[in-house]
Design a binder for this molecule. Structure first.
Ligand code: HEC
Ligand code: HEC
Ligand code: HEC
Ligand code: HEC
Ligand code: HEC
Length: 420
């Protein structure tokens, strides 16, 4: 999330001894909490030297190496934001931050010790590895973002969800990388909470944590029905993780309608209703995105267009993250209504238009603009990266919905248009 002035111990990187080739360094499967506490321990220790007998391909942490055998996951992942978690929006901040602070960010954006070591080299931080990094790390692992190994590899061993019935179990001898250890923790929403939920006692505003996605999900009917984060964001185990940046994903989660009623000879009522029908948390869950809902009145030739009502859906905070400005997010199953009455000229037909626009990175857009306003503070390269970050955020905006309904000609009559 945003620039946070937090400090914790920096981690020095050491490759460590080779692991023993046994299959369960983690707690026994069954205890999801204990598995996850171990799997997402902070900071993650280095993988260490690969077990004897691993080929260079099996030892490699690079996602493209995994992709040689796991093509589908790799092709999906490459299109997801998890593979873009190191972008200009993060990089300009790393140039002005100390290593300790950046390590905090990397807990979610690039959690592997090997990635932190590469970042230290890139940014000339004090705790750089004293010897060249081993070949299995690869040279691009930091820039590659939330890589496969961050979720699946510990001490060079693979961890994944149980195989479907009929497939060979994980630790069948002779499989590449000595097979894997299966844990149902991969199918649980708590697996994602590590990065998508502020920890208890973490930073909050008005009693609400900055990231509260898991708690929102827990309180929803989706949790009762065992519809997990993975059910919606990884259907059929696909590694796509579509979210607010994807118009089709957002449309699937909402039901949107526009109703126009002729109230009298010279008046009409317009009402837009946005219902959250298939979103397992608040819409949107973070304080970053904003959704702009606008009603326009226009003549049949679309010449004379004017705004008649407007509303913003989202949680808005000031740039220093010390004050909440408003919170109009829609809880799961809830709705947001925008309605207005307009005066008509009885001799002129009018149409009403509902337009919904989404800015997935609205908070960052404000932040980047603000920082560019103080560009003199930064060196040339930082300013260039900051400009790229702003351009990327602006390019991510899109129009979600456009509905048009003519004002009916007889009083008392209603007309409706529905999206989805
Ligand atoms: C608890 C996990 C977590 C931590 C710690 C964290 N982030 Fe993020 N960050 C996220 C998530 C999740 C998103 C996606 C939010 C969204 O899509 O609305 C994100 C999005 C971003 C984005 C916008 C996307 C982009 O790539 O431009 C930036 C910039 C960013 N984070 C910077 C930082 C910085 C700088 C830090 C450290 C001060 C940090 N983050 C710490 C989880 C985290
Ligand atoms: C030489 C081929 C090969 C390479 C390289 C490889 N894998 Fe595998 N992997 C397999 C095979 C074969 C299996 C067992 C059958 C299956 O699930 O596809 C497997 C199983 C897995 C599983 C368990 C799947 C499940 O059902 O739970 C995970 C997770 C996994 N690999 C992750 C990775 C990651 C991450 C990398 C890269 C760091 C990687 N693998 C590199 C061949 C490979
Ligand atoms: C190690 C930390 C980490 C874990 C674990 C993790 N995520 Fe993420 N996730 C992130 C970060 C960081 C981003 C933001 C990437 C960016 O845009 O810079 C993100 C982005 C996303 C997005 C895209 C949001 C958007 O703005 O469109 C979705 C959806 C998502 N994650 C879902 C999940 C789900 C579901 C799981 C569990 C299976 C999960 N994540 C596990 C760190 C994590
Ligand atoms: C953010 C964490 C995360 C990242 C990054 C990630 N995975 Fe996964 N992966 C999961 C989860 C969670 C599941 C289980 C999903 C489920 O069961 O619904 C899974 C399942 C798998 C499986 C078993 C799939 C099956 O169909 O049985 C394989 C193989 C795998 N991942 C490989 C990879 C590879 C290769 C990459 C990188 C290209 C990768 N994963 C990146 C979290 C991740
Ligand atoms: C019932 C389906 C469903 C479930 C369950 C669900 N999501 Fe989502 N999620 C969506 C849809 C649809 C969107 C796009 C609309 C939006 O942004 O809220 C989304 C958006 C997101 C985003 C984008 C950022 C934002 O501000 O909205 C993230 C991150 C995310 N989900 C993470 C998670 C995590 C983590 C869980 C589990 C704790 C989860 N989701 C459970 C459907 C679901």
């Amino acid at each position: 999330m945003a620039v946070a002035m937090l400090t914790t111990g920096a981690s020095t990187w050491q490759p460590g001894p080779p692991p023993q080739i046994t299959h369960s360094p983690h707690p026994a499967p069954g205890s999801i909490s204990r598995f996850l506490a171990h799997h997402w321990i902070y900071p993650l220790p280095p993988e260490g030297a690969p077990p004897k007998g691993y080929t260079a391909l099996e030892a490699s942490l690079a996602p493209e190496s995994c992709g040689v055998c796991h093509r589908r996951q790799y092709d999906d992942w490459r299109t997801s934001l998890h593979s873009h978690s190191v972008g200009p929006g993060l990089l300009w901040q790393f140039r002005i931050m100390g290593q300790r602070q950046a390590n905090r960010c990397m807990r979610c954006h690039t959690p592997l010790a090997e990635q932190k070591a590469l970042a230290a080299l890139e940014f000339h931080w004090p705790n750089v590895p004293s010897s060249p990094l081993p070949a299995y790390v690869g040279r691009h692992l930091f820039r590659q973002g939330l890589v496969c190994a961050a979720c699946h590899v510990r001490r060079h061993q693979r961890f994944g969800p149980p195989q479907p019935p009929g497939m060979p179990p994980g630790n069948t001898p002779g499989l590449p990388h000595d097979g894997f250890t299966a844990s149902t923790a991969f199918q649980h929403s708590r697996f994602c909470a590590t990065c998508h939920q502020s920890p208890p006692g973490g930073r909050s505003l008005d009693g609400k944590p900055f990231e509260n996605t898991y708690a929102e999900w827990r309180a929803s009917r989706f949790a009762q029905a065992d519809v997990t984060c993975q059910s919606c964001h990884m259907p059929k185990r696909r590694h796509l993780w579509r979210g607010i940046h994807d118009p089709a994903m957002v449309r699937r989660g909402l039901r949107i309608s526009l109703t126009v009623t002729r109230a009298g000879k010279a008046t009409a009522d317009a009402q837009a209703v946005i219902r959250s029908v298939a979103i397992g948390h608040d819409f949107p869950t973070y304080l970053v995105p904003k959704v702009y809902v606008t009603l326009y009145a226009l003549d049949p030739g679309n010449h004379d267009v004017h705004e008649i009502a407007r509303k913003v859906i989202g949680r808005s905070v000031n740039l220093r993250l010390t004050r909440e400005l408003f919170d109009t997010r829609i809880p799961p199953g809830g709705k947001s209504v925008l309605s207005t009455r307009l005066a008509l000229n009885p001799s002129r037909p009018v149409k009403i238009e509902l337009r919904i626009e989404v800015s997935p990175g609205a908070h960052y857009e404000r932040l980047f603009r603000h920082e560019l306003g103080h560009a003199a503070r930064y060196d040339k390269t930082t300013v260039t990266i900051l400009r790229q970050a702003l351009a990327q955020t602006i390019a991510a905006r899109y129009q979600l919905t456009r509905l048009v309904v003519p004002v009916p000609s007889t009083a008392g009559e209603s007309k409706q248009a529905v999206a989805n």
